[in-house]
Design a protein around this ligand. Sequence first.
Ligand code: GDD
Ligand code: MN
Length: 370
Amino acid sequence: MTKSLSLIIPTYNESGNISPLVKQIHLAISDYKYEILFVDDASTDGTVERIEELGKDYPVRAIVRRDERGLASAVVKGFQNAGGDILVVMDADLQHPPAVIEQLLAAIEQGADIAVASRYVPGGGCAEWSGLRKLISRGAIFLAWLFLPQARRVKDPMSGFFALKNSVVEQVSLDPIGYKILLEVLVMGRYREVAEVPFQFQLRELGESKLNFSQEYEYLRHIVRLASRSGEAARFLKFCLVGASGVVVNFGLYLLLTRFAGFTPISDTSSGILSGNIALTISIETSIITNFILNNFFTFSDRNTGGAGGFLRRLLRFNLICVLGGLIQIGVANLLAVVLGIADLAAVLIGIIVAFFWNYLLNNSLTWRR
Ligand code: GDD
Ligand code: MN
C-alpha cells in the first residue's frame, strides 16, 4: 500500500504509556509510511518530553495546546495538522490494541470511507467493565441513535478508535464538545461507506481515565448541538408542526361531518354508534393523509425518492405506523390510568407523547429511510 498514514492520538498525562505505545504501533504498521501526531493539552507529567525523546527514533511529534482542553477537540486539531491520506484516531493508554490498526486499514482498502473499531459487533467487547459503566455506555449509544440518524449506521458510535479517509473531514467544520469525536465525524463528515471491525477494549494499566460525570453532561450538550447543526432538530420541529396541523384537520373534519354533513355525533347513540364513528374514522384517516403529504414534501423533502411507487409505499407505511401509534397511545393511557391509577388527562397526554415519539422515530427510520 502506498497511501500514507497519520495516527492522531490525544494525550493528557500519559507519560508511562507513550513509549510502549509507539513501539507497539511501529511493530504493527512498520510496512506503511506513517506519522504519529500526539495532541497534548499541556500535560504536567512529562508526556511531551517522552514524545520528543521518541521523536529521535520514530516519526513522532507532539502538538501542544495550552489554551484549550478536551479529547474530541484535540483530535480535530490533529486532523488539521495531519498530512496522511488515511487518518487513524486512537487513545494513548493502550486500551486500543495497535494490532487492530491493520484491520481498520484493510476495511478502508476494501472501500469503506470510515472504519470503526467496535466493541459491539460479534468478536468485540470490553475487558471487565462494571455493570454500571456498561449500562451508561449502552444508554449513551441509545440516545445518539435516537436523535442522530447517522449514528445508527454503527453499533458503536462512541468508539474512540477508528480510521478514515482524509477526505471525510477535510473540508468539514468540526466543533465537538467533550469525548465523542467519532459521533461528530459520523454526523458532520462526508462519506458513503462505514465498516465496523470488532476489537476488545483493554484494561488501562498505567495512569488513569480522565472520564468523569461532567463528561456525561457534556455528552448531552454535544448531542443537542449536533442535532441542531445537522438539521435533525429542525426536522423534529417540522414533524411537530405537521402533527399539530393534523390535530386541526382531525378535529375540524369531525366537527364538519357531524354538525353540517348529517353524521350523528358519537355521543348521540339514539340511532346506533355507527354514524358518529364513521365520521371519526374519516377524520382520523384524512389527518393521517394530510400529515403524510406535509411530511413527505416538508419534513422529509430531502428523502422524498422513488417517484409515484415510492410515494405510495411510504403512504402505506406511514399509515400502518400511525395506526400502531394510535394503539400504543390507547395502551399507554389505559395502563397509566387503569392499572397505575394516574389521572386520566395526564394518562392521555403521556400516551400522546409516547405515540408521537413512536411515529417520529419509526417514520424517520422506516418510511423516509435515508
Ligand atoms: N489532548 C487531550 N485532552 N487528551 C485527552 C483529554 C484531554 O482533555 N482527556 C483524555 N485525553 C486522552 C487520554 O490521555 C487518552 O489517550 C485518551 O484521550 C482517552 O482518555 P481516557 O480518559 O483514557 O478515556 P476512556 O478510556 O475513559 O474513554 C475511552 O473509551 C471510550 C469508550 O468507552 C475514549 O476512547 C472515549 O472516546 C471512548 O468513548
Ligand atoms: Mn482510556
